[in-house]
Every structure is written in C-alpha cells, then in structure tokens.
Design a protein around this ligand. Structure first.
Ligand code: GLU
Length: 306
C-alpha cells in the first residue's frame, strides 16, 4: 500500500556480471510496471561492487539494452563502486554501536563446522567474543540474536526467519576489504529513498538480513515483493553465471510480451506486433501484482531467442 505522504520510489539494481538475460528482463519489467502504475519514480543502480565477478563492458551493455527496450529511468544512475566511503561510514556507526565484530576465520574453517542455514552456512560465532586466530585479515560480521524476524512479502506471503539459527552472524565487509551486498543494498535503498523493492525470489532470504540491518541503523524498511525466478528446462535459475542467453534488441516487443506472460498477464497474441510504446502502455493498464504467481521459480522456456 502506498502511503499518501510518501510517494512510491522503486528501483532496478542489476549486477554487471554479464549481459541481460530473460530472467533479469522480467525483474526489470516487474519493478518498472509496479513503479509506473503507482505514478512512482523508477531509479537505476549499478551493483558493481564485486570487481572480480564483473564482466568488462556489461554495465554499459545493460544500460543500452534497457534503453532499447524503452525503459525510462529517473535521475542519475547510482554506481556502488563509487560509494566505498559511504559504506565505511555506516559500518563505523555499526561498530561504534557494537552491532558488528571482527572475525578472522577463513571460509574453510567456517564451512567445516557450520550447519546449513536458509542461505548458506550459519556462522557458529567463533569470533564473537574475540578474534580466534593469529592472522591479520579480518572480516566484519553483524550480530544476530535469537529473535524471530517476521515479514510480509507482497507476493510470496509471510516469512518467519530465526535469525541466529537460520542465518547466523553475517558478513558486512569481507577480509579482502570488499563491502558485502547486504550492507550496500541497505545503505543504497535508504539513500535513494526506496519505498518498494520488486526483485527476484532468489533474494527473498536476504530480506530478513536487510530488515535487521535497517532496524540496527534506524532506517525505514521498504515494502518487498519477490517475483518468481525464471528457470531453464533443467530447473536451474537463469543467471549470468549459468550463461543464460543474452536478450538481443532485435525482438524487444516479443520479449516484453513473454515477460508479461511470465508475470501472469493475459497477453493478446497481436500485442507483439505493436510498437514498444503501445506495449508499455498496455502493460501499465494491465499490471496487477496479485496476478504474479506465488512461486519461487517457474520454468519458462523462451524459444525465440536468436
Ligand atoms: N544486484 C542484484 C542482482 O542483479 C539485485 C539486488 C537487489 O535487487 O536487491 O541480482
């Protein structure tokens, strides 16, 4: 629900680890239609924090492709790679408030003894009361506690995560000096005034960590809506890492119609012959978030990709 005093601000936040594929197009379309159908703003953020995983040229490629599909974003693009000082200052606040602690366990030491949680191994708390190893490099971890974090996703329903048991103390800054996605996304969503996050369900389990961080930083939480991820015929999520086919700009009209269908819209066959602006107009008139399937992933072969 949109608060009348707080206009809708949505965003799309691709990571430039490869060119756009059908799964990332669907996430962009859903966040765009939801924002625009609420007369909201739609901001773009390039999540280019993880330099080793970045593909040269992918950021520009993504922007050109969004343009070719007729997306129009508001304001200037925020690049995470330019915001290290900002993330450090927020981390410093959390350190001062005793919400985080340094940890110098190696990844191997953690995986050897950790239980599996909802999103990777649950850190067993080895360094919670002081560093456990004699080595310099250290990461910074956020302290979770035994509390249950309950939140409502607009599409997927209610979730109840036991933060200490299901997630564990999570990293905000890695030992190599790299800020973690969980910290950057919370700082950026707040700084950009984001009121609504519409993104893929692969990030659903990240939401409780983000809400917990917002709580620790006294920041408002946006509304969350997680759309199903697009799975290939093997049931795996389409992703840049699994080398999903990039979408071309030759058949944008057809691809947008596929994305609408994936999102539960009843698309007339002839829509794909229309202009991009007519397709967007139709999308805005017919978008209903309640029509999106309450599923974490949907197998959806797109066969016309050249
Ligand atoms: N950068 C993430 C991705 O490309 C999205 C993060 C988010 O929407 O919070 O999957």
């Amino acid at each position: 629900m949109t608060d009348i005093n707080k206009p809708y601000i949505g965003r799309y936040a691709p990571s430039p680890t490869g060119p756009l594929h059908f799964g990332s197009l669907v996430a962009a379309v859903a966040s765009y239609l939801d924002a625009r159908s609420h007369d909201g703003r739609w901001l773009l953020r390039m999540e280019d924090l993880d330099k080793p995983r970045e593909m040269p040229g992918a950021a520009d490629d993504i922007l050109h492709m969004l343009e070719a599909y007729g997306f129009e974003w508001d304001g200037s693009i925020l690049y995470q790679s330019e915001r290290h000082d900002r993330y450090q200052s927020v981390l410093d606040r959390l350190i001062a408030a005793d919400w985080v602690y340094p940890c110098n366990c190696s990844r191997r030491e953690v995986t050897e003894i950790a239980r599996a949680g909802i999103d990777g191994p649950v850190y067993p708390g080895t360094c919670r009361n002081g560093l456990s190893h004699k080595r310099a490099a250290r990461a910074w971890r956020f302290k979770t506690d035994a509390a249950h974090l309950v939140f409502k996703d607009q599409i997927q329903g209610m979730f109840d995560h036991r933060m200490q048991q299901d997630v564990g103390d999570f990293i905000l800054k890695r030992a190599d000096g790299q800020f973690a996605y969980q910290l950057a996304v919370v700082v950026d969503d707040a700084d950009q005034g984001i009121t609504h996050v519409v993104r893929g369900a692969d990030l659903l389990n990240s939401s409780s960590r983000q809400i917990l961080l917002q709580y620790g930083l006294h920041l408002p939480s946006p509304h969350y809506a997680h759309i199903p991820v697009v799975a290939g015929p093997d049931g795996q999520k389409l992703s840049k890492q699994t080398h999903a086919h990039p979408i071309g700009n030759q058949n944008a009209a057809e691809m947008l119609c596929f994305a609408y269908r994936f999102l539960g819209m009843n698309v007339p066959d002839e829509l794909a012959q229309q202009s991009l602006s007519a397709i967007w107009l139709w999308g805005l008139q017919h978008w209903e978030i309640d029509k999106v399937a309450k599923q974490l992933s949907i197998e959806f072969p797109v066969t016309t990709i050249p």
